[in-house]
Write a protein that binds this ligand. Sequence first.
Ligand code: HEM
Length: 147
Amino acid sequence: MQIVDLLLAILHHFLVFSLAGILAAELVLVRPGLAGQNLGLLGRIDGAYGGVAMAVVVVGVGRVVFGLKGWEYYVGNHAFWGKMVAFVIVGLLSIRPTMRIIAWRRSGTGAVPQAEILAVRSWIKGEVAFLALVLVFAAAMARGIGA
Ligand code: HEM
């Protein structure tokens, strides 16, 4: 149904833009000197990131199943699978930052050591790079490239 396809497409875009926004916010917060209120904020933002990422998967699968092109269009398309792999890599790269953020919040005392901040920033930058790759594959698969 066209309306279902449209609504899923709108939701998908809202969610993936939110994901990008959350990663940008994390990069702003994860800087030398991170402590106190900003650490609490970072923890909440990172929690939201997990929720939004899960919603992206649900709505994305919804688009595969209920989208106008039909699921066969996607399962036979290499760009679709490239997109899935790139997105899984984003998820894997996010594990370390999430673990560190939880540990920083638990320890609760003073500023986070600079070396740890810089390491987590590198992981987040990796996530940004693979999210960009997801977008490249998304545009390709939508146009039948990789079929
Ligand atoms: C499990 C995860 C995902 C699934 C199953 C999924 C699935 C889909 C499907 C079925 C479409 C419709 C393509 C078409 O019009 O034929 C689509 C489009 C799109 N997806 Fe995803 N997606 C997922 C995650 C993501 C993520 C994480 C991003 C961004 C970072 C993203 C960005 C896009 C964009 C920008 C489009 C529109 C492409 C265009 O029309 O040019 N998707 N996705």
